[in-house]
Design a protein around this ligand. Structure first.
Ligand SMILES: [Zn+2]
Length: 281
């Protein structure tokens, strides 16, 4: 390295070369430092504490939230579950008031109906666990999501909200199972239990959205009609309801409001379903 710099000194580029070499070394050092960190430490770097006022008990508390734009999206599952490098952001979408037990997904948290029912049914009886980790573990996230579902039932939330919570509960179960698989615990009874749970949650999400589609207006859970239709077609395929999937996909392909990208996805899925149906005979 010294020889290289000595050769360039006469051209007046020695400082520039030095700077570049220094940057490279720093990058290597940074990568090494990152590699030495535990998954929890990496996840923690994506988080910040946010102050929230509870609409049910009026007290304030802090919840962990994901810093905007920091996490890198690496893909999405068939049912729209987003996957990020270094963090499962889904864990942070369930907000829980530690004072009264009110919990809801971020988008529904402030919009509380029947606060009195929550105070009487949840707050009076709930016994919350205390967690001290710097991140939300899957155990904690599971609990937060269960409370979201319980609160949604008590506050008589719309079917779409309950279905959306069920969908995200399925994502949590899937994420938890993936973590166990990565640890080499894929054949554990816990992992099997999580996979069964995921199916039950997906089934409930499917039924809930089906009901919501015939009784509620769009947009629903932040999704327009075509997006919800596409989700329903994917879920129909998942549950091997191929005729139902074909019916929904046809409505997307012929819908003049659907954008070309989702129409292409619908055509691809239709081809896949045709193949599956052939296999079944
Ligand atoms: Zn509260």
């Amino acid at each position: 390295m010294a020889g290289l710099l000595a050769g360039l000194a006469g051209l007046g580029l020695d400082n520039l070369e030095k700077a570049e070499v220094f940057e490279k070394e720093k990058k290597v050092e940074a990568a090494a430092a990152q590699a030495a960190k535990s998954p929890e430490e990496i996840e923690k770097e994506f988080l910040l504490d946010k102050n929230i006022k509870c609409p049910v008990c009026d007290q304030t508390f802090t919840a962990k939230t994901v810093k905007a734009g920091k996490a890198k999206l690496t893909g999405t599952d068939f049912d729209f579950r987003p996957k990020y490098e270094g963090i499962d952001v889904v864990k942070y979408d369930a907000i829980l008031c530690p004072h009264c037990g009110y919990a809801a997904l971020t988008r529904y948290f402030d919009n509380v109906r029947n606060a009195k029912l929550i105070r009487e049914t949840i707050s009076k009886n709930v016994q919350l666990h205390t967690y001290t980790d710097d991140i939300y573990t899957y155990e904690e996230a599971e609990e937060r999501y269960k409370l979201c579902l319980a609160n949604a039932v008590v506050k008589r939330a719309k079917n779409s909200e309950k279905a959306y919570v069920c969908l995200k509960c399925a994502w949590i179960a899937r994420g938890y199972a993936e973590l166990l698989e990565a640890k080499g615990e894929g054949s554990s009874s816990k992992c099997k239990e999580l996979k069964d749970q995921e199916e039950v949650y997906l089934q409930n999400a499917y039924e809930g959205f089906k009901e919501a589609c015939s009784t509620e207006n769009f947009p629903m859970c932040g999704m327009d009609e075509v997006t919800v239709d596409y989700l329903m077609s994917e879920l129909s395929v998942h549950f091997k309801k191929y005729d139902e999937a074909m019916r929904i996909l046809s409505t997307i392909i012929t819908n003049t409001n659907a954008n070309p990208r989702i129409k292409d996805k619908a055509r691809d899925l239709k081809d896949r379903v045709t193949e599956e149906k052939k296999k079944q005979g």
